[in-house]
Design a protein around this ligand. Structure first.
Ligand code: ADP
Ligand code: MG
Length: 217
């Protein structure tokens, strides 16, 4: 008998993803009591759950890439809605440890064309990074940059290490304490969004903290 390995693999990953979703919902039902001995491990567990979900999302994407299915499914979305939803999720995740805000520049169109899944995945990873490193605040921002939609995640951390900035500038792989997959996926997601010969771009800088910019033509 021939086993359909790749089919099994895909259903395994979906099963884990669904279970994680249930775990997340179950955890959200445990309310903070104000007692740090209770609340600290609870909050830590919620963050860990999100981190595993993010890794799984990356594994699914790698799987798609390996199977040649990583072509963006572009549709019309509201940048303000996308950032608003990500803000709410992030704020719920950190409770009152950090303040997460959204700013939409006046010239940003009501809709833009992109693959919402892919773009959200890149942004969620950037947000989770900021949650890990920010001191007090995270700003999610949409603006127009030379005719491209710029979605940014800005924080007040110490900023990206120099070697990461260097590697991303030079389009090279890099090593980090973690897997270093997140930012490299973001670059893939940016590059998968091409329009009239123009490719998307991942731009990392240090300003008042780390600034992650995803430019979508
Ligand atoms: N907001 C941030 N502030 C400071 N450093 C960051 C930030 N985001 C990412 N980094 C650095 O970049 C590295 C790579 O990030 P990423 O690609 O998401 O991989 P991972 O999170 O698995 O390490 C992180 O390990 C960290 O050193
Ligand atoms: Mg990361």
């Amino acid at each position: 008998m021939m086993l359909d390995i790749s089919g099994l693999y895909a259903s395994l990953m979906h099963e884990v993803k669904n279970t994680l979703g249930l775990m997340s919902i179950t955890l959200d039902g445990v309310h903070p009591t104000g007692d740090p001995e209770h609340d600290a491990p609870l909050n830590e567990t919620r963050l860990l759950c999100q981190r595993v979900a993010e890794r799984l999302q990356q594994a699914l994407l790698l799987y798609k890439a390996v199977n040649g299915q990583l072509s963006p499914m572009v549709d019309a979305y509201s940048p303000a809605d996308v950032l608003g939803e990500l803000r709410d999720e992030a704020q719920a995740l950190v409770r009152d440890r950090l303040k997460v805000t959204v700013r939409i520049a006046d010239d940003v169109p009501l809709i833009w064309f992109f693959d919402r899944n892919l773009v959200e995945m890149a942004l969620v990873n950037a947000i989770h990074n900021s949650i890990q490193y920010a001191r007090d605040r995270i700003l999610l921002e949409a603006s127009l940059d030379d005719g491209a939609l710029c979605l940014a995640v800005k924080d007040d951390s110490d900023g990206y290490p120099e070697h990461i900035l260097e590697c991303v500038r030079n389009d090279q792989p890099y090593r980090s304490q973690g897997t270093g997959l997140g930012l490299q996926f973001a670059r893939l997601v940016a590059q998968a969004h091409a329009d009239r010969g123009r490719e998307g771009e991942l731009r990392l800088t240090n300003e008042d903290g780390a600034v992650f910019r995803l430019l979508l033509p």
